[in-house]
Design a protein around this ligand. Sequence first.
Ligand code: LUZ
Ligand code: MOS
Length: 719
Amino acid sequence: MRHLDALLHVRGGSVFIEDHIHRDDLLHGVVAVSPAAHGKIRKIDTSAALSMPGVQDVITASRIPGENQIGNIIMDEPLLAEEEVHFIGEPVALVLARSRKEAEAAANEVRIDIEELPGITDPREAAKAGMLIAPPRTFSMGSVEKALAECDIIVSGRADSGGQEHLYLERQGSFAEPMENGSIKVTAGTQGPTFVQKVAARVLGLPMNSIQVDVIRLGGAFGGKEDQATPWAVMAALGTHITGKPVQVVLSRGQDMAWTGKRHPYSSDFILGLNKAGKMLAWKVTYYQNGGAASDLSTAILERTLFHSTGSYFVPDVEATGICCRTNLPPNTAFRGFGAPQAMFVMEAAIRKAAAEMNLAPKIIQEKNLLRKGDSFPFGMKYGGDEVRHSWKKAVELTEVTEQEDRIAQFNSSSTLKKKGISFMPVCFGISFTNTSMNQASALVHVYVDGSVGVSTGAVEMGQGVNTKIAQVAARTLGVNLDRIKIETTNTTRAANTSPTAASSGADMNGNATRIACGHILKRLLMFAGTELGESPGRLKIKDGTVIADGSPSSLKWQELVSKAYVERISLSCQAHYATPDIHFDKTVEKGRPFAYHVAGTAVTEVTLDRLRGTFTVDRVLIVHDGGDSINPLVDRGQIQGGLVQGMGWVTMEELKYEPSSGRLLSDSLATYKVPDIMAAPEEVEIHFLECRSQNAGIYNSKAVGEPPFMYGIGTYFA
Ligand code: LUZ
Ligand code: MOS
């Protein structure tokens, strides 16, 4: 089945933030931002801006009616700077004008007088200066020091990975409208509607029930709208609260690139100990995470780094330390993989270093150490599947690796200018929010008297296909055709206290809530059908919209059943809640079972490098991926292809450049920041799904797919 939005998208019928038709008193909000990476605000002069044409108001921190605080985990980020500024692009004043152009012009006239202070952009320097966002954390198992004493080979080194711009097609933006009696409706471009609602209420000094947040869909997010859609949505709400008019705040591409946070750059030190046979015995690693100027989600991201410090491998003695460093860059944030890619990169780099030292092919070390069912992670959980090894084995078989390696060796011996390389990249990624309490979702299902169905959940559609999967779950559970199902917007009045659509868990959790809600309605309908047909309800089911009794179709069809049930005053609606079972984590000892399950797979990548020009082509990527019992293989395939190419971009072409003296982002446009295009995509991508039944999977035994494939891209670097 194709993506529900496919036709809308190609016909231009899908509605994004800027496609809405507004009241004609709409105001456009543009923020004036800090031009300095660090400094004390001496004075903010808004008088020139206020006298510009079309300007309605210029709002600074002192006008905020509630708390000037948009922090989530740690309360360290103002909506509008008050006394100090901590990064270039930090919002200082909100200009409201009749047109976007007028608002931009006036924002340029806001005079921000700053006494500049020295800034830090490097995480190691920040750590040295004691600029930490939170105390360091260490995950450990066994004794690394003891194990290192017994190793035949010890390699140590440093591995750095850069940041990454999200480059969602739809830029950050939201709009707010006044409702009755001081309430506000925010139509937001966010992965986390509840977070926008909560922070808007906090900033405006209103109860959460005065703020309604609605999300239709996002034109991409990749984690960049988990936390960082909030300030723009709250700015719009603040503008509406103060002026009583609808307000839209949308960033330009340049503003979005320059001002918003990115994937965290990491700089890491490692020590890897092995025996002669290549078995890894000890792993000691320290991650310096470049958090930027405010905590945002950095501590949670660093936690996921620690959960993935051993990558797809088992190491018996481990000590992994994460240091969350405060720098004067825009606060870095969630990005597909959420700290795990950074961890896996360090482990893979260490393996290459050991392989070179031991004069072995990296794959020998990799294969020897792949996770087996029952192996312990350093955080106490045991690996429950065997898909890491299965996917590796299948990838070797399917690629006909020996033949491929012969062909590559032959090519390399006869070619001087160009050389070919091959790499293996196994992935094992934990599914669930690492913060256990976030693993909950809800659904509200209405069956209307004409037999059509409306489903509301907390899941946000951002192109990934979660609405398609939820519609499939509803249709499958109720036994009706898909064209009866409509997925409604994500709205805080229909799904409350929701977690962001993140951590690859959107379809699992909201799909399960939908399954439960539909299950209750189905049960009521079957009870009623039993009376109608004079059958025991236990023998009935609904398939393709027809009531089936003991395997044979009855005369009772869905639509008739529903309208009769209504007349008999049977409820045709249900709200349900789902909480991922059997997960827990105790931070005081850093042990627990934080993940419902793991998703695994292996990528084999072949590249050709031009040694004179430094250019390369990715010739072939073969992926064996564990999708469980996929609900929608086409959607999953899209996620795997997209994740792969996005991961390749991170490790091979995308590079954030900052001016060292000022911390200003130099690569702030598509002319200076290069992401993979179709020409850079692999010549050939071959995706195979692993056919093995796994334990504890997600909705209808499928597996989460959003983030894991990103890490296949890491293989390109090593190839
Ligand atoms: N967001 C979050 C995430 O808040 N917690 C997580 O564990 C997570 N993991 C992946 C992506 N987003
Ligand atoms: Mo995410 S990195 O799942 O918002």
